[in-house]
Design a protein around this ligand. Structure first.
Ligand SMILES: [Zn+2]
Length: 161
């Protein structure tokens, strides 16, 4: 299973690094691999992580994926759960952007009280965000280098620069 939330974050990193050119269509980062890796690690290290990918159902938000071994999985979020509120802020007609604003940029672990609707029944779930693990950040970096810098993630092959 792919981890979409971190991938979305690294797309942000890439957008920061890349210039707006026609070559972007080829999914290449214009920053050097080393620069890019540094930036991604800086951005992700210690970042509060929940482990869900959301889908906008217009109006509202449902959980599309739950990452294995994530805070969300341990708190027993299910695919298809509809988000109604986070820490008292209504999300019944919320967007992914609204959710990100609620999550904030804070790197401190946070306790979230998330009200969901599952099969028509409201349920309050308490969950604590965690920092992304180093192993997971390594994986995100490797995936980015492979996808945007054409550097294979195999141990036998060392980067050219
Ligand atoms: Zn890059």
């Amino acid at each position: 299973m792919r981890l979409r939330l971190p991938r979305a974050l690294l797309l942000v990193a890439c957008a920061i690094a890349a210039t707006a050119s026609a070559q972007e269509a080829q999914k290449k980062c214009t920053a050097s691999a080393r620069e890019c890796e540094q930036q991604i690690r800086e951005m992700l290290t210690g970042r509060a992580w929940l482990g869900v990918e959301l889908e906008e159902i217009n109006p509202g938000l449902v959980i599309k994926t739950v990452a294995p071994d994530s805070p969300a999985e341990r708190a027993e979020f299910h695919i298809g759960d509809r988000l109604m509120a986070v820490n008292g802020h209504g999300l019944k007609e919320g967007t992914i952007k609204d959710f990100k604003v609620l999550m904030g940029e804070s790197k401190e672990p946070r306790r979230l009280r998330i009200l969901i609707q599952r099969h028509g029944i409201l349920k309050m779930i308490e969950v604590r965000t965690e920092a992304l693990s180093k192993a997971m950040i390594d994986r995100i970096v490797a995936q980015h280098l492979a996808q945007y810098h054409a550097i294979a993630a195999t141990a036998s092959k060392s980067p050219q620069q």
